[in-house]
Design a protein around this ligand. Structure first.
Ligand SMILES: *Cc1c(COP(=O)(O)O)cnc(C)c1O
Length: 495
């Protein structure tokens, strides 16, 4: 291929700054160092690029595309957009080059590559200047070996939980928001009309948006349904200085209002139809491969609501295969709450007819969505990964969460949905006992303490709370304490 001869593979990536005299003055910081490094040792000239195209458009016949510097959320026909990278430019470098480059950046503080997202910058936003990037060094999250949970409940020895929620604002939404807010930062520096960034959300999206905007000094505007969200969900945007509008409606009402507002005012819309966010989220898939030394797991299980994330994982895995870092991709499982399961029903109909549903209340509140924006993306991801959709009832997901917590995790209810899917697929024999399996954990358990308290206090209507572990009230005297302790110790397993 012609591109290969014009772009010979460069020398192995540098892990230490090649310039002998990096700035040493006390005032220099990692951003200054990156700037200095770029001036004295310009990055390899390359023609990496990315643009928006209509999602699912036929590349041979469709000519519609937009620069990432345009403010556009939907295609001409009103469909979804997708960020399309120039794969032939990336293919000028072999898979071994990308593996070595990504591996060389892990865990360093070099701006911006110390971030798990920006360590893959060439595959995320190739054109953005490192100076414009707004990052909290998100990503690089723990891949937890679920040794005891796997052994005790599933007879599995190669089960892993990718803890995407152990992150800056406590959910994987950080991975997408660093990309969206960085691009907005660039647009503002280009004097594009963006006075602020807005979203309608009851939880993790508004938390991530307000944190990243605050760290860049960009105004953020959050529409929240009044009296329908918990203190934990409300406190993050408030603390980060967002302009919080409490509106007397539900989530869908907030969404409708912010759409109307952003079509009148130059407020950038950060909701989940925005395809920039998926570019950051896909790096979690690349990270999983990296953490297994580029061995591909059999299964990856992802809880899904608006269904962007399952596609982001597919995209990350697919790019790694396409660019020669690995030779196959895992089978994907999307797990839904039975109370909000339009994708599950669609799958069960053998992709016959999609019907939006009315989402009923679920402890997995971030996936309580009946009409998912990214339905087309999810179907594409599942069809192309030999994927499966499963569902979890409220009791199943709460039990799964409690079981996992009892083995030392502290997961959120959404991860309970994914673990339920795993248990069902193990039981039916679809997932084998030695299959390497990764469950994606989407948020930090500490954001969902109320549901755990209700469960462990046996305080949930029509739920047995079979794994509840309520505290024991005891009088403040030695005899009473000894009595309950002896009773407890007589029941615990002896060594
Ligand atoms: C946003 C979110 C999800 C759902 O992701 P989608 O891309 O909407 O499918 C799942 N879990 C948590 C904790 C979330 O915040």
């Amino acid at each position: 291929m012609a591109t290969i001869s014009t772009h010979p593979p460069p020398p192995p990536p540098q892990t230490t700054p090649p310039h002998p005299h990096p700035p040493t003055s006390k005032s220099s910081n990692i951003r200054d160092k990156a700037r200095h490094q770029n001036l004295t040792n310009p990055p390899q000239i390359n023609n990496f690029s990315a643009k928006y195209v209509p999602f699912g458009a036929d590349p041979d016949t469709s000519t519609e595309s937009y620069s990432l510097d345009e403010i556009v959320y939907r295609s001409q026909s009103g469909g979804l957009l997708d960020v399309q990278h120039d794969l032939s430019a990336l293919k000028a470098f072999p898979g071994s080059y990308w593996r070595a480059l990504f591996d060389s950046r892990v865990g360093k503080r070099t701006w911006p590559y110390g971030s798990g997202v920006w360590s893959k910058k060439e595959w995320v936003l190739p054109d953005i200047s490192s100076d414009d990037i707004v990052s909290a060094f998100e990503g690089n999250t723990n891949l937890f070996w679920a040794e005891r949970f796997g052994k005790q409940f599933l007879g599995m020895n190669d089960l892993w939980v990718k803890h995407c929620g152990i992150s800056h604002t406590g959910s994987f939404k950080d991975l997408g928001m660093t990309v969206l807010v960085s691009q907005v930062n660039r647009l503002r520096k280009m004097n594009k009309p963006v006075v602020g960034v807005g979203c309608a959300s009851t939880g993790d999206t508004s938390a991530a948006l307000s944190a990243y905007c605050a760290s860049a000094g960009i105004p953020s505007i959050v529409f929240l349904p009044a009296n329908k969200i918990s203190i934990a969900q409300l406190v993050q945007p408030i603390a980060n200085g967002a302009f919080v509008l409490s509106i007397d409606t539900d989530f869908d009402g907030c969404m409708k209002l912010i759409r109307e507002v952003t079509s009148e005012l130059p407020i950038y819309l950060a909701n989940s139809l925005n395809s920039l966010r998926l570019e950051g989220q896909k790096t979690a898939a690349i990270e999983i491969l990296q953490q297994f030394d580029w061995e591909v797991p059999e299964w990856v299980i992802i809880p899904g609501g608006n269904l962007g994330n399952v596609y982001a994982f597919y995209k990350g895995f697919h790019m790694c295969k396409e660019l020669g870092l690995v030779d196959k991709i895992p089978r994907l499982v999307c797990a839904q709450a039975a109370n909000a399961n339009p994708l599950y029903l669609y799958y069960k109909s053998e992709w016959d007819e999609f019907k939006a549903v009315k989402a009923n209340s679920t402890f997995a509140s971030a996936i309580q969505i009946g009409d998912p924006v990214s339905i087309d993306r999810a179907v594409y991801a599942l069809k192309n990964s030999n994927g499966i959709v499963e569902e979890a009832t409220e009791e199943e997901l709460m039990d799964a969460m409690a079981m996992a917590d009892s083995t030392g995790m502290f997961i959120c209810p959404h991860t309970g949905v994914a673990l339920t899917a795993l248990m069902k697929l193990r039981k039916s024999g679809v997932i084998g006992s030695t299959d390497r399996t990764v469950v994606v954990s989407t948020a930090h358990g500490l954001k969902f303490t109320q549901s755990k308290i209700d469960y462990h206090s046996n305080n949930i209507k029509e739920m047995a709370c079979s794994y509840a572990n309520p505290p024991v009230s005891v009088a403040a005297d030695f005899g009473s304490v000894m009595d309950v302790l002896k009773k407890y110790l007589s029941k615990t397993p002896k060594y």
